[in-house]
Design a protein around this ligand. Structure first.
Ligand code: ARG
Length: 291
């Protein structure tokens, strides 16, 4: 046979050059090194932005930490529903209430959902979504307490969570610098102190006080409402000037209110339909007018 080493080498050589040609052929459509990168050949699309949501998760039923560490609650479910509607990815990060709004300016958080009351003062340094929840202050006292109205707290020691609207209303009654205002870093800590007898009353958001009383029967608390407390509304806080995000959030909030998913979440947590009148945008001027 003529299967000599030489002919074998020739065959190999021919094969190698075909492979080389094929490889060149494959490379042909690639842009020349000097040409600007064509969009189709660019790096893979950047990963979708994950919106970081800050929340002080010691505020059940709005936000709290499940035994496994997962952040759960009404606020969390509302924001998840908003995100699903808007096609946004969100991640919740437990964030202390004190300093929580600064994280918007530093960019550490894109949104704060933390049962945040929309106030004129806060509106000067941050933007809010349309209101998503109606609230008001409520007084918690021990069952045997003689307190029947807000005014009765004047000579008493009152616990509040630092920097909340509860802190603000109590300052109005007792005076900004009153030593009788006992400030706590979380509302549950203030309520624990009421149980221990260190304070005579706690003023905080109605939903949280009611939830605490219902779930801590042993504490033997009762709640007292007072017409002096002005209606409050919760909004999702965002960095001032981020109109694009605000619109995304508001459109999605309106959509989950329209399709019933917001009501389902409200029903799950409060056993009732929302008391927000109509579309969230319509509720805003009414709240402003009452100021
Ligand atoms: N609504 C009140 C406020 O805005 C209290 C909110 C406190 N929220 C919390 N997760 N600790 O001041």
């Amino acid at each position: 046979m003529n299967d000599t080493p030489t002919s074998r080498r020739l065959v190999l050589l021919a094969f190698a050059s075909i492979t080389l040609l094929a490889a060149c052929g494959k490379q042909a459509p690639a842009p020349a090194p000097s040409s600007s990168p064509s969009p189709s050949a660019a790096a893979p699309a950047p990963a979708a932005k994950v919106y970081v949501v800050g929340t002080d998760a010691a505020y059940a039923p709005f936000e709290s930490q499940a035994p496994g560490g997962e952040i759960v609650g009404f606020d969390v479910e509302v924001v998840k529903a908003i995100a699903a509607k808007a096609g946004m990815e969100v991640k919740f990060v437990n964030t202390p209430w004190e300093g929580i709004f600064k994280t918007l300016d530093t960019g550490e958080r894109d949104m704060v959902v933390s049962a945040v009351t929309i106030t004129d003062e806060r509106k000067q340094t941050m933007d809010f979504s349309a209101p998503y929840f109606n609230a008001n202050q409520l007084i918690a006292v021990k069952e045997g307490s003689k307190v029947t109205k807000f005014d009765d707290l004047k000579p008493l020691k009152v616990g509040v969570q630092t920097g909340t609207t509860g802190d603000e209303v109590v300052q109005k009654l007792l005076g900004k610098t009153s030593a009788n205002i006992k400030r706590f870093e979380s509302t549950p800590l203030a309520l624990k102190e009421l149980e221990a007898g260190g304070v005579n009353a706690v003023v905080a958001d109605n939903g949280v006080v009611q939830h605490y009383i219902a779930n801590n029967q042993g504490a033997k608390f009762k709640s007292i409402s007072d017409a002096a407390f002005t209606p409050e509304q919760y909004g999702i806080a965002m960095k001032k000037g981020n109109a694009e995000l605000q619109k995304k959030v508001n459109d999605a909030l309106a959509a989950i209110q329209a399709d019933g998913s917001y009501d389902a979440i409200h029903m799950k947590y409060f056993g009732t339909k929302s008391t927000l009148a109509g579309a969230p945008v319509a509720a805003a001027p009414a709240a402003a007018a009452s100021k």
